[in-house]
Design a protein around this ligand. Structure first.
Ligand code: 16G
Length: 188
């Protein structure tokens, strides 16, 4: 049994110790920080089964509609993700003094047949609480997930975002590929 399966984390926390901000050196950070300590009193770590109580969904609601999700519904979704190992890297930043989640982002791994049975990473659901903006936490989360995707041998990673966010993601090295920069959707 792995540590993550016994300690309530969605994925093995020690994976974050293996990656460094310098692995994806697109951003100069204003203060001395690390991936696991992205600011004073802050901790970056995998999502935990108890994070419903720590405002994970309240923070996520700053991105889009979340709905009224009970703790049981949260646990059911969490358990489904955890039952598909090496796929859902939902990563959060906790304010340790308040015991509240103030940022999160997901790296989703997609197993392919193409590219020699390669893996594609998708960055999803990036959000930092209004109160904590301006501390480069979005950049730190993204830098961590890009580094993690390299560490996990993705052949590419991608994301979709609102037009106003394009300059932000460009600073992290994301590009709209010529003739291939479209995102198409069907909404139900
Ligand atoms: C943004 C997010 C995407 C999220 C979507 C929700 C990033 C990079 N992109 O595009 O992951 O799923 O918003 O919007 O975080 P929706 O509620 O309109 O689907």
């Amino acid at each position: 049994m792995t540590e993550a399966s016994t300690n309530g984390f969605l994925y093995e926390p020690s994976i974050l110790d293996k990656i460094k901000l310098e692995d994806w050196p697109k951003t100069e950070f204003k203060t001395a920080i690390s991936i696991t300590t992205p600011g004073e009193g802050l901790k970056m770590r995998p999502l935990h089964r108890d994070d419903h109580q720590k405002g994970f969904l309240t923070n996520l609601a700053q991105l889009t509609a979340v709905g009224d999700i009970s703790e049981k519904e949260f646990h059911d979704a969490f358990d489904k993700m955890k039952a598909t190992p090496n796929t859902y890297y939902v990563t959060v930043i906790e304010d340790l003094n308040k015991g509240v989640i103030i940022g999160s982002a997901t790296l989703l791994m997609e197993q392919k047949f193409i590219h020699n049975c390669g893996k594609r990473g998708r960055i999803e659901d990036v959000v930092v609480s209004d109160e904590y903006r301006g501390k480069q936490l979005g950049k730190i989360l993204l830098t961590a997930l890009v580094s993690l995707s390299k560490h996990l041998d993705c052949y590419k990673i991608s994301l979709d975002c609102r037009d106003q966010m394009i300059p932000f993601y460009e600073t992290l090295g994301f590009v709209k590929e010529p003739n291939n920069g479209n995102f198409m959707v069907i909404r139900f």
